[in-house]
Design a protein around this ligand. Structure first.
Ligand SMILES: Cc1cc2nc3c(=O)[nH]c(=O)nc-3n(C[C@H](O)[C@H](O)[C@H](O)COP(=O)(O)O)c2cc1C
Length: 205
């Protein structure tokens, strides 16, 4: 049992407010993204892109497509977590470091490229599902990375995806899946909700 992980999971809440004068450095943004991108992805596709929105101008652009949510301006940085449609063309490149490090045989890479081609190419639903799966896990890792650094966070799905894609010039095949606002000084959060009994959500078969 890892007490530190359990403590982080039980401590985390979505920030109701952020200290408006909070700041995060380039180094912190890099370190948070580095931890977030350790999240698992199907076939190790790493099919995501994270846009760290930190400048006042970019925050204003994001807030305008996120129903005016104040947390975007109050937080130090809001990450736009984008999922990408899986591309068998890019998979070889993404797996190359694992092959070079000697823990993934190149024959497996060929099999995986064929599998992605067969399951995802031309299948818009599958592509979108994969994009959402990867980005959601990346967002979850980012939230816990923030927790580990003593920062407050809030996932936000309240935005207009089409307007956001235009405002931040997302590329073909990229979907904005979640925003994650991160900042300081939110320990006077809204109180944690009483929880439903776990049995309400679990069926053991
Ligand atoms: C998919 C998703 C979308 C959410 N969207 C928003 C949002 O747009 N704005 C916001 O302030 N909080 C948002 N939240 C935060 C939830 O309100 C919060 O997670 C929920 O009330 C449970 O509280 P907790 O995170 O403290 O456990 C979102 C959470 C999730 C998982």
């Amino acid at each position: 049992m890892n007490d530190a992980v359990i403590a982080a999971i039980t401590r985390r809440v979505s920030a109701g407010r952020f200290a408006p004068d909070g700041n995060v450095s380039d180094r912190q943004i890099h370190d948070l993204a580095e931890l977030a991108t350790r999240a698992p992805t199907a076939y190790n596709l790493q099919n995501w892109r994270m846009i760290a929105v930190r400048s006042a101008a970019a925050k204003a652009r994001l807030k305008a497509v996120a129903f005016g949510q104040a947390k975007i301006e109050e937080s130090a940085v809001t990450f736009i977590i984008c999922g990408q449609a899986p591309s068998h063309r890019e998979l070889g490149e993404r797996l190359l470091p694992a092959v070079e490090a000697g823990f993934l045989p190149s024959s497996v890479v060929e099999n995986w490229i064929t599998a992605v081609k067969q399951s995802d190419d031309g299948n818009a639903t599958m592509q979108r599902d994969e994009a959402i799966r990867s980005a959601t896990l990346g967002a979850a890792f980012l939230i816990f990375a923030a927790e580990a650094y003593g920062l407050a966070s809030c996932p936000m799905g309240g935005f207009d995806a089409e307007r956001l894609a235009r405002a931040f010039m997302l590329e073909q095949g990229e979907s904005p899946v979640l925003l994650v606002a991160i900042g300081h000084g939110a320990r006077e959060n809204w109180p944690q909700k009483p929880r439903m009994p776990v049995a309400r959500f679990v069926t053991t078969v």
